[in-house]
Design a protein around this ligand. Structure first.
Ligand SMILES: Cc1cc2nc3c(=O)[nH]c(=O)nc-3n(C[C@H](O)[C@H](O)[C@H](O)COP(=O)(O)OP(=O)(O)OC[C@H]3O[C@@H](n4cnc5c(N)ncnc54)[C@H](O)[C@@H]3O)c2cc1C
Length: 262
């Protein structure tokens, strides 16, 4: 079985700053991490590999420093890592990103399962996975919280939604996007780290894939970011002062009743 996991390197969001002039993320000097949901996606792939046997490839589109994220994935247990990196991919919005990644997946022979994170913690759109499925004309199941079984070409998964979950049987090849509750991603072992340090990361440029040049990079990006900002935090609150906890609790209860909350 051939599994591809899409990995995005993202800035550690606790450190994110926005350039007030250009309205873009300031990436310089900001530590980068593997998008947390993508680690869940990789863990799901590695568990499938242990259960059914599979080859797990991690695929990323990004600048050369995204190799660090891919190295971490190799240390976790991925078999192969591919970085799609070219100036022609720069300025991509989600449509261009998904077109580029889909072209990369087309180059990998006979993929059975593609696993993405639910969303990236910087862009946060949750569009890239579903868009890729559309470009590749594949079945897609989003918000997967459990992979139950694979029987022949049918994969059974649980899909999370507000009121519970759905059990879905899907025909492979399939694209899944996964939520955090699906698993607890493993930490790379020292052996894994050493093995990963010796492994090569394959790099593909625009010349290595078959793609319409008007569908990638800035040219292929119909979205324009008009403004990006951190919402102002409105701190409203009242500290209840009382001599004892009992009095404080009584005041709190009274206020909640007055506000018709309880
Ligand atoms: C006009 C415009 C210009 C932009 N220019 C740039 C730019 O110059 N540089 C830049 O870094 N960003 C740029 N972006 C942001 C970029 O579009 C998004 O970061 C990217 O398309 C992914 O979208 P997302 O972060 O919302 O991912 P989501 O859709 O939330 O991600 C879902 C899942 O898709 C997969 N995925 C997403 N992105 C990648 C990737 N790159 N590689 C592998 N897997 C991936 C992961 O599995 C992830 O969990 C731009 C956006 C716009 C709108």
């Amino acid at each position: 079985m051939e599994i591809v996991v899409c990995i995005k390197q993202v800035p550690d969001t606790t450190e994110v700053k926005i350039d007030p002039v250009t309205n873009t993320l300031i990436r310089q000097g900001v530590p980068s991490i593997v998008n947390p949901f993508d680690k869940n996606a990789l863990e799901a792939a590695l568990q499938l590999k242990a259960k059914y046997g599979a080859r797990v490839t991690v695929l990323s589109m990004g600048p050369p420093q995204a190799k660090d994220a891919l190295k971490e994935c190799l240390a976790m247990g991925a078999d192969e890592a591919i970085l799609m990196s070219d100036r022609a991919f720069g300025g991509s919005d989600t449509l261009a990103t998904s077109n580029t990644l889909a072209a990369g997946i087309n180059k990998i022979d006979k993929v059975d399962i593609i696993i993405c994170g639910k969303q990236a913690i910087d862009g946060d759109t949750a569009q890239v996975g579903p868009e890729m499925a559309e470009h590749l004309n594949l079945t897609q199941v989003t918000y997967v919280s459990k992979i139950d079984s694979i029987d022949g070409k049918i994969i059974r998964v649980e899909r999370e939604h507000e009121e519970g979950y759905e059990v879905v049987d899907a025909q492979m090849p399939v694209l899944l996007t996964v939520v955090k509750s699906i698993n607890e991603p493993r930490t790379p072992t020292v052996k894994g780290l050493m093995k990963a340090s010796r492994k090569e990361i394959t790099t593909w440029t625009v010349n290595d894939i078959v793609v319409d040049s008007s569908a990638i990079g800035l040219k292929g990006s119909p979205t324009q970011v008009r403004r990006i900002f951190t919402p102002e935090r409105r701190i409203q609150g009242e500290l209840i002062q009382a001599d004892t906890a009992r009095e404080a609790a009584a005041t709190l209860a009274r206020r909640l009743i007055e506000a018709k909350i309880i």
